[in-house]
Design a binder for this molecule. Structure first.
Ligand SMILES: Nc1ncnc2c1ncn2[C@@H]1O[C@H](COP(=O)(O)OP(=O)(O)OP(=O)(O)O)[C@@H](O)[C@H]1O
Length: 328
């Protein structure tokens, strides 16, 4: 990195040392002309082998960050390493191992998926034209388009089109795949296809860095998340860890919530809240089946019983001060 001599403090919330990471940034900052700070002092740590969801509302600085990570834009200050290479100095060494989908490649509607990938590959000066047939075949198979390779692009569904775009990022063996909003504009079927493809690619050992403003998608496919708010990283870490500090609650539906509340208090549950037809409380270390059995033993009529955790949506609203689009 440009400021190689300066070792910043370890990134907040990220126990991984840079050696375990596919992407590390230290103090990464981008100030645009006019003074706007789009990315502000970012300390990212993306563990190798993770599916890292880079989350944040529109305009929070995700694309600007990705552009700097890929050497498409210089930071104003700070720096980053991708696959151990300082960017942008190590661009040539890192890029062949990095697949990226930032702004979707423009495909020709009248050409087949295969012909489009060949054209795309021909524009890459680092790609070896002698091996193009094999690499295109492997990439198409990888995204499940082997059987549709000869079909014209215009006949592809939205999901197939996006899978082809991902295939374009997989025209060589990659250690890291960077996808900027890969499900944006897709229908639910296309979204499912892309999500399942990302999981498959990650299962092969490729680190996937995927940005999204759609929290529900990230929640389902990511092992780690980083949350952006107006250019700053407000949280990062394993999804389970982010959830960890938030206690599960038990929720009992009953026509006699007062009685149910007494039982829960009797069991030592904290923060018992009684509603008209329900009562909730922090489960603490108790087994839910024990709580359920106790309610029944005390003759409380139980219409419903559930253990709930705050959704990531709720946690992130707290972190970012605003909600995410959850339905696209
Ligand atoms: N070239 C530029 N010149 C000036 N300001 C810019 C430029 N590119 C982005 N910005 C601003 O920087 C901020 C961050 O934009 P960025 O595109 O990185 O956010 P984002 O999180 O990727 O959002 P989106 O999902 O809408 O692309 C925005 O306020 C944007 O208007």
């Amino acid at each position: 990195m440009g400021e190689g001599a300066h070792e910043a403090a370890p990134p907040q919330g990220a126990p991984h040392m840079p050696g375990d990471c596919s992407i590390v940034s230290r103090g990464l900052t981008k100030r645009f002309r006019g003074g706007q700070v789009a990315v502000d002092d970012l300390h990212l740590a993306v563990p190798r082998g993770s599916v890292f969801g880079f989350l944040g509302p529109n305009g929070s600085g995700k694309t600007t960050t990705i552009r700097m990570l890929l050497g498409l834009m210089n930071p104003t200050s700070g720096g980053c390493e991708v696959l151990g290479q300082a960017m942008p100095a190590g661009l040539a060494a890192a890029l062949p191992k990095v697949g990226a989908l930032v702004e979707g490649p423009a495909f020709y509607p009248y050409l087949s998926g295969e012909a489009n990938l060949r054209r795309y590959d021909a524009a890459d000066p680092t790609a070896d034209p002698r091996t193009v047939t094999g690499r295109v075949g492997v990439a198409l198979d990888r995204v499940g388009l082997g059987a549709a390779a000869g079909k014209r692009y215009r006949a592809y569904s939205l999901g197939m089109r996006q899978r082809l775009a991902i295939a374009a990022a997989l025209l060589g063996p990659r250690e890291l795949l960077v996808l900027d909003e890969p499900t944006n504009g897709l229908d639910p079927q296309g979204t499912r296809e892309v999500r399942s493809l990302i999981k498959d690619i990650a299962a092969d050992g490729t680190t996937v860095f995927v940005s999204s403003h759609l929290l529900t998608e990230v929640e389902q496919m990511c092992t780690h998340v980083g949350v952006m708010r107006t250019g700053r990283l407000v949280a990062q870490g394993p999804i389970a860890e982010l959830r960890g500090g938030h206690a599960p609650r038990v929720r009992v539906e009953s026509p006699h919530p007062g009685q149910a509340a007494d039982v829960l208090r009797g069991l030592g549950l904290a923060d018992v809240r009684t509603g008209e037809q329900e009562v909730t409380a922090e489960l603490g270390g108790l087994e839910p089946e024990r709580v359920c059995a106790e309610l029944v033993r005390d003759g409380v009529a139980v219409r419903g019983f559930a253990v709930t955790r705050p959704s990531l949506e709720e946690l992130f609203v707290g972190l970012t001060g605003e909600g995410f689009d959850v339905d696209g």
